[in-house]
Design a protein around this ligand. Structure first.
Ligand SMILES: [Cu+2]
Length: 119
């Protein structure tokens, strides 16, 4: 019972501190003008990129996550970006700043190909 009381007191202190924080939580402090970059994600699983075709507006950050139990690399055909070897659950992000079609592949398994279309 003593432990529970201590926990409740601690929780009350934390909640009070949060309520007194100037400007509210950091999330609420982001001004309307600072829209976070839109994101898209691609999963790597069973030796393939999914979805294989991603269609996104300029400025989008695409994040690849390796769900496979073997390492993969995300490398663009035109050498615009190349990840390190991604182990299971590792991820790699790239922000596309110009329109175009970006074909990429896995440099360890070159038959794995996919593309990002930026408009
Ligand atoms: Cu691979």
């Amino acid at each position: 019972m003593k432990k529970l009381t201590w926990f409740l007191e601690f929780a009350a202190i934390v909640l009070t501190a949060l309520a007194l924080m100037p400007g509210g939580t950091p999330l609420l402090a982001v001004s309307a003008g600072d829209k976070p970059a839109a994101g898209a994600s691609v999963k790597i699983d069973n030796f393939s990129f999914g979805p294989a075709d991603v269609n996104v507006p300029v400025g989008t950050m695409v994040t690849w996550t390796n769900n496979d139990d073997v390492p993969h690399v995300v490398a663009s055909d035109d050498k615009l970006f190349k990840s390190k070897a991604l182990d299971t659950d590792d991820h790699f992000s790239y922000t596309f700043t110009k329109p175009g079609t970006y074909v990429y592949y896995c440099s360890i398994h070159p038959k794995m190909t996919a593309k990002v279309v930026v408009h």
